[in-house]
Structures are given as C-alpha cells and as structure tokens.
Design a protein around this ligand. Sequence first.
Ligand code: DAH
Length: 370
Amino acid sequence: MTIETMGSEALARIAAADDAAALESLRVEFLGKQGSVSALLKTLGKMSPEDRQVEGPKIHALRESVQNALAERKAALDAAALAQKLAAETLDLTLPAPEVPQGSVHPVSQVMDELAEIFADMGFAVATGPEIEDDWHNFTALNMPESHPARAMHDTFYLPDEAPGGGRMVLRTHTSPVQVRSMKAQGAPIRIIAPGRVYRSDSDATHTPMFHQVEGLVIGEGIHLGHLKWTLETFLKAFFEREDIVLRLRPSYFPFTEPSVEVDVGFAIESGSDGKDRRVLGGSGDEPGHGWMELLGSGMVNRRVIEMSGLDPDKCQGFAFGVGVDRLAMLKYGMDDLRAFFDGDVRWLRHYGFSHLDQPTLSAGVGARA
Ligand code: DAH
C-alpha cells in the first residue's frame, strides 16, 4: 500500500469514528507503539540517506495529517456531545414553578426566639441544662429534700438509673435546676434565661407530659423584689406588644424562693366577632369588666438555694421566675388546646406556624407575622 492510500484510508476511517472510544482505538492503531504509522517511521532509520530524503517528508506528513485528523474529529465529537447535553438540559422558564414543600417555625420555637430577643436586650444570656437530670439538681439543691411534700406535686418521671448525688435520675420536672447549674458554673453576678423542655406525668387540654418552660435568674448584690417586678413588667409589655400590661404580685410558696410571689396579669373581657367572649390582656384586673389571670411563679431566690449552689447568700441575692412557654404562646397567638402543639398536624402547623424569614426583633416587633 502506498503512503498516499494509507493516508487517505486512515483519514476516512477517522472521519467515520462516531465516538471517543472508536477514535481512541484508531489513535492506537495508527500512532501507538505498535501502530502502522509508527512502524513506517521506524523504517527511516534503515534507509539510505537518498531514500530517506524522499520518503522522510512523506512519512512525517502522513503522521501529521493523521494527528490533525484525530484532533479535529475529537473536537467535533466533543462539540456534538455538548450540544446534545445542552439540548437535553433546556429549562423552560415559562413553566409554572414546581410546588416546594414549605416548613414553618413552630409557635414554641417562635416564642422562645422572642423571649431570647427581649431578654438579650436587658442583658440576659441564654443558659441550658440537661433534660435527664439528677435528683440533687432537680429537687434537693432547690430546697426540696427527700420527703419534701412539694416533690409530690411534680408527677415526676423517674429513670431506673441511680443519680450521682443519691436518689434516681429523673426527666427534669422544671427548668429551675438550670439556676443551680448556672450559679455553680459561673458564680455571681448572673443574668440568664433558661428555656427548654420539661416533663411531668400529666395530660389534659392544658397539660401534656412534655411541655416548655423558661426560667429566669438574676444574681448580684442588692437585688430586690422591685427589680423582679420591673423585669417582668418590661418583659411582658415587650412580649405582648402593649404598654397597658398591669401585674399583681400575690404572696405564694415555692421551696426555692423566699418570699415567693405568684404573678397575675390583668385582662379585659371582650366579645369577639363570633359572639364568644375573649380575654384580652391589658389594664388592671380590678376595673369593671376585667379580671386577673395567673401567669407565672417567682420570688427572691431562697438563701439555702444560693448556699447549696456554692455562693454566699450574705454577699449576693437574686430573683428567679418560671413561666410556661406553651402557655405564653397560647395567650399571645390564641390556641386553646395545648395537645395540638405536639400532634405534628401539618394543617395546624401551617395555620399557627411562622415563616423562618420572620425573625423576631425588637425594632420590627417580636411577634411580626408573615
Ligand atoms: N419551677 C416552678 C414550676 O415548675 C416554677 C417557678 C416558680 C420557677 C417560682 C421559679 C420560681 O424560678 O421562682 O412550677
């Protein structure tokens, strides 16, 4: 076969190769170590100088044209593949957008974010503690020693495990143990809120075995009941977004506070458009058409609790409060059955949930709704 026919045959076959693999095997067949063009190149070494002068340029030209043809064909195949891919991936932007499942922020999360925002503005940090708590932190250090009658009020879930400080491990019945943990961990002064899950063996329209509380604790020198009242008033005005919130502090009893106060908030009775009466927070409960609603427990931290938490009650005092987060959400956003909070019903979540883009801020309103 002459070099010319070899060349035209090779170029024809390269032009006919219809994919990258076929092209590669042609490259090996012509230009590989054992390839036909490579074999021709090897013959040059054994030729006389005269023959080489004639044959050399032809063989080199053959190699070059095969190389060029391979590169050209490869570029053409690549371009065709790209064009095909682009055609397959075409997006029709005139089509309607597909339905994207949209989640929502649960009212409990929303209220916790609102609380954090309001209290951060007053210089409070957010503290946390374990939901599986030991007997000592949940009860003893809060001035509820074993056999204390207040323990019975808590309908505690006990775990089989023994607790390090005696007694059994429990699912914490309140967020108050975070008070003890914070005092032990950071000493005085302290300004924290501790939101989180708590557990009690109880279930009806306003009680679920798991619910949420937020604990507040301020420890420092010369802290008194006036600070407590101002803090709660400022918090509740910001939370309910109205200035006419009126509080009533009623003497009460909690083992971990002395004195203890229960805080009531004034409400007015208004008849809604559906003909049903609604309670609307605001104003003194003593005005005509008004009443008081119990909202939260609080008091000055019992010196025994301060002592058991490793601080000196003669040097620092403080106040604490505890309030149900779910209850705050129900009051603010108007749900009347607590159990629905934890059913995971998407219709309820869609109705009462919040947009994740709607971050509570004091300037825009902590309860802004999308
Ligand atoms: N721990 C109490 C409960 O779960 C709530 C409470 C009352 C917390 C008074 C406090 C407080 O910090 O001072 O019922």
